[in-house]
Every structure is written in structure tokens, then in C-alpha cells.
Design a protein around this ligand. Sequence first.
Ligand code: PLP
Length: 420
Amino acid sequence: MTLGQTMPERTPKPESLMMSHGYKPELSEGALKCPIFQTSTFVFRNAREGKAFFELAYGLRERGPSEELGLIYSRLNNPDLEILEKRLKLWDGAEECAVFESGMAATATTLLELLKPGDVLLYSEPLYGGTDYLFRHILSRFGIEAVGFPAGRGIGAAETSLAGPDLKERLAMIYVETPANPTNALVDIAGCAKLARRLSRSDRRVLVAVDNTFLGPLWQKPLEHGADLVLYSATKFIGGHSDVIAGACLGRKELLQRIRTLRTFLGTMTGPWTGWLLMRSLETLKLRMTCQMKNARYVADFLKSHRKVSRVYYLGHLKPGSPDYAIYRRQCSAPGSVVSFDVKGGEAAAFRVLDRLKLIKLAVSLGGTESLAEHPATMTHADVAKDEQLRMGITDGMIRLSIGVENPDDLIDDLRRALR
Ligand SMILES: *Cc1c(COP(=O)(O)O)cnc(C)c1O
């Protein structure tokens, strides 16, 4: 380094910024931590300022070069939400982020904004139950046609699903959940982005949206693989303590501006208290997800060697040479902490195991600090018809585990006793 040269600026990693980014202590009496702005409305300094804020809120004039939307009313904006969104978008490298009162609110608001009657929505199966219901029973009422394709069978299967008359011409969005729940089957995000570009026309850009709840935001970054939007149930890893319901959508500014506007009118934003809890959670996101990911490997290896377990569904066990392994190497940086397995003996045997677990609690949901176990066929996927369940690879003996931050030997001990 010679005199006169400046050191290149190092951009800190997201985990280094989660404690301070976007917050100015001097605006809050010097408080080190961002307070909870538990207020519905904000006082304008004068009438002219109130007018200027509303002009921007309603898009009545262009935003000045360094002008930010002033605080008006907590359905539009609130410091806890704004700072949370600034922090959350760092993990995915997104331009913009909007947080919602649930993962379902994030997905519903996003799709209602971006789809219109006559559009086709192509989606990977299986999907989270709530999302599946939204697509098939609610969006259909608005004239949006949802068409499924099986995860884990390649992009060819996705295109084959569009073989019907004019489906390709009406395609507006490809919606992907990868890894799929509960089988961990993978969908190639870059492949979907390529298909979307190929089927786009100058007046109709086909968008790719990825529900990144299972591996994100640490182990999979869909925007880097060509996705337009990333969705989260922040109830899971982002919240991480099984004590809040929340969601998020991230992507380019022009899309997020539209989504945020609909959020204002549907009122699906999260409140300041939840926003504050999520900021607290983000400080330990990497610690938690790393510990859970390591624990899951011990558990998955134990299950694989157990004589009463016929199959383990775990990304860390994918075999080189298989199509899913190639996708995994391209788009995931770690196998995460959701592990499913088949117990020999079907539902009765699976129920015996679930009823005997002590440390691992019998509950749906995932991504929290505590380990959970559930039975997809009769619980999270009970709404899926039996023949469809089998087609998706959901067996009667399958148990889904979400691994927490406990000592891995205690988790293995609990499973060993339950399987005995
Ligand atoms: C939980 C979940 C959702 C829904 O999120 P909520 O916060 O419960 O509304 C959506 N997608 C996936 C993959 C989920 O696990």
C-alpha cells in the first residue's frame, strides 16, 4: 500500500450489522437498542411537512434525491419495521424488503398485487399447506389458474405441466418452494428463471418467486440464481424462538414498491412489537442456524444407521451423480436442519415413536430453538389426498423433524429411546 492510496472499503457481513444497521441512537435519546415505537400515528412538525409526506405516500410527485418517506401512520411505516427491513434485506442482497404479519400475509399480498384474472401461476408441489389452499381455493376465485409440477423431477416436468392450451401464453409467475416440505426434494431456481425468461414477452415478464423459508436466508440465496422475489415465513428460522408469527418479501425496488402499496391498503404489515422481536432474533440468526445445521447432521447420521428407519430425507446425504445433488451444489451452501425419516411399520409405528419422544416436542412448525417432530401424512399434509401424498413421496411412516439448538447427544438419546 503506497501513500495516497486508500484502503478498499470492506463491506461488513450481515451478522456484523444486525446489532446496529439502520438505527441512529441520537434520534432516540441515545438508547443503544432501538426502542419499541408502540404508536399508531406520528406528529408532524408543521402542516407543510404533513402535506409533503402525503404527496410521497400517494405518489403525487417524484421523491427528491435524498428524500425519505416521513413517518405518518403505523399501517404505512414505523421505525421498528423500517429498520428491520433494512437489516433483513442484507442477508439476501435484496434492494428492498417488506415485512408482514405472517408468511401467508406476505405470499397473499404479493400474489394479489402481481397477478390478475386470466393469469397462470405455475407452482412446485408439494407446497406449504396454507399456500396450496391459497392457490387452489382462493386465487382461483379471482380467475387465476394455478398449475402444479412435481419438485425433484427437473425443469422438464415444469414445462410439461404447461402443455395445455394457451397455458404458456398466460403464464405470469413460477412459484417455487425448495427444498420441498417434507421430502426435501429440490427445484432448480436458475432453471426456473431460464424457463421464465424464455416464456416472457416484451409486454409480459414472467416472474419467479421462491419461498425460502426452509434454507434461507443463510443457506440459499434465490436472488443470486435469477429469482425475482424471495418470500419467508419469518415465524420459522428468522423469528427462531416459536413465539411470533410474521413474514417477509424481498426483491427489486419496483416490485416491492407495488407490494408495499397493496400492504398499506390490505393492512397486512406487522406491528412494532413483532418488528422489534424480529430485530432481536436477527442478532442471533447465524448462530442459531449454524448450530441447528450441525446438530441436524448428527441426528440424520444416527437415523440412517438405525435398523427401524427405512429411509432418511436429508440434503446432507444426497449422492454425487444424482440430479438433486447437482442442484444442491449449485444453489445451497448447507443442508439446513429439517430432516424427515420413514419408520418401518407405517402410521402405527410412527405414532409410537412420536408419543414416546420427550425432549423433542410433538408440534408442527419448524426453525425454532427447540426440536419438534410431526407426522406429515395426518398433520401438516392432512389436506392432501392419499394418492397425491404417495405421488409426492409422503408415506404413512414418515416423521418430520426440525432440529433445534439442544445438545445433539440428548436429541439422539431421545430418538434412540423412542425407536426402541
Ligand atoms: C410456515 C410456512 C408458511 C406460512 O407462514 P406463516 O408465518 O405461518 O403464515 C409458508 N411457507 C412455508 C414453507 C412455511 O413453512
